[in-house]
Design a protein. Structure first.
Length: 297
C-alpha cells in the first residue's frame, strides 16, 4: 500500500475568500464575523506566525518539557484534535516532528510516554521535549463551524457557505449555497442537495486552490472498476460528514490509507468522492460512495 504525501493547507486566508453568499447583507455579516474568527485561528495555531500560541509552544518544547495554560480557542481546537484521534483510531496524528535528542530521557524522567497530553478541565497542554504539533487543519474545521454558528445567531435565515482551508461548512438552501460556491466547488452540489452540510476537500500532493474547477468529465464508476484501480490512483478527495471535524478527520485518513480509503470511509459512514488520473488516458476517474449523489426515486 502506498501512503500519499500529506501537506498542510494554505495559510492565505481572509474573510472575502472564506465567505460565499448570494445575499449582500448575509455576506456583510459573515465577513465581519469571519475577520474576527480567522484572526483567532491565526493567533492560536498558525505555525508560520512566530507569535502564535502553537509556534511559541513548539519553540519552547525544542529545549525542554512544556506545560502551559492555553487560550479558549486553542482549547477548543485541541478538543477537536482529541476527537479526530478517537474517530481515526489514532491514524490521524497531530505530531509532525519529534526530536530524538533528549526525548527518551525525558520520557524516562517524567514517566510520560505520550509526546503531548491535554487536560480540558484545566485547559493545560503538556508537550514533551522535541515535540512539534500542527493543528492547522483541525483549526480550519473549528473556524468554519464557528463562523457559520455566529452568523446564524445574527441572521437565522441566512444561506451561505464558509471555506476555511480544506473545510467547507454551509447552512441554508442548497441551491443558494451551490450558486454562492460556484464552479470552483461544483463537486459538492449533489451532496448539498442530499442534505450534507460539512465537507473537507484535500489533495494528495497539495491543496484545492480557491476557484479550482473539479470538473464533471466522467460518471461514477462501479465497484468492479474500483477493484482494478492501481495503488493510490486518486489525488483528490472530498468528504462529507456530520461536521467539519469529522469530514477533515476522514479526509486525512483517506490520504494516509491511499488505495483502500474508499471502502474504509464507506464503512465508517462518511460520504466521499475520489478523483484521480485514468492510467494511459487524458481522462480522470471519479469514484463515489453511494450517498454522494442523489439516489433514484
Amino acid at each position: 500500500m502506498t501512503i500519499p504525501a500529506v501537506r498542510r493547507t494554505s495559510r492565505l486566508l481572509n474573510a472575502t475568500r472564506a465567505v460565499h453568499a448570494t445575499e449582500s447583507l448575509t455576506r456583510l455579516i459573515a465577513c465581519s464575523v469571519a475577520d474576527d474568527v480567522l484572526e483567532q485561528l491565526s493567533t492560536a495555531v498558525d505555525r508560520d506566525r512566530v507569535d502564535s500560541e502553537i509556534a511559541l509552544l513548539n519553540a519552547f518544547a525544542a529545549h525542554d518539557d512544556v506545560t502551559m495554560d492555553v487560550s479558549p480557542v486553542l482549547c477548543a481546537i485541541l478538543l477537536h484534535a482529541q476527537e479526530a484521534t478517537r474517530l481515526s483510531g489514532g491514524l490521524v496524528d497531530h505530531v509532525v516532528g519529534m526530536s530524538a535528542t533528549g526525548s527518551a530521557g525525558t520520557a524516562a524522567r517524567t514517566g510520560r510516554d505520550a509526546p503531548y497530553e491535554f487536560d480540558a478541565d484545566t485547559s493545560t497542554l503538556y508537550l514533551r521535549q522535541g515535540t512539534v504539533l500542527d493543528l492547522w487543519n483541525l483549526g480550519c474545521a473549528w473556524a468554519a463551524e464557528e463562523i457559520v454558528a455566529q452568523v446564524i445567531m445574527q441572521d437565522p435565515a441566512a444561506s451561505l457557505a464558509v471555506v476555511v482551508g480544506p473545510a467547507v461548512v454551509s447552512v441554508g438552501a442548497a441551491w443558494e449555497i451551490s450558486d454562492a460556491l460556484g464552479q470552483g466547488f461544483a463537486a459538492l452540489e449533489s451532496p448539498l442537495r442530499c442534505g450534507l452540510r460539512s465537507f473537507a476537500v484535500l489533495h494528495t500532493h497539495g491543496v484545492v486552490p480557491t476557484g479550482e474547477s473539479t470538473g464533471q468529465m466522467e460518471p461514477a464508476e462501479d465497484q468492479a472498476a474500483q477493484d482494478t484501480a492501481p495503488t493510490a490512483w486518486w489525488d483528490r478527495v472530498a468528504v462529507g460528514a456530520e461536521d467539519a471535524v469529522q469530514a477533515i478527520t476522514f479526509a486525512l485518513m483517506a490520504q494516509r490509507l491511499g488505495d483502500v480509503a474508499q471502502d474504509h470511509l464507506a464503512r465508517a459512514g462518511a460520504e466521499a468522492e475520489f478523483v484521480g488520473p485514468r492510467t494511459g488516458t487524458p481522462w480522470r476517474r471519479r469514484v463515489r460512495t453511494p450517498g454522494w449523489v442523489p439516489r433514484a426515486s
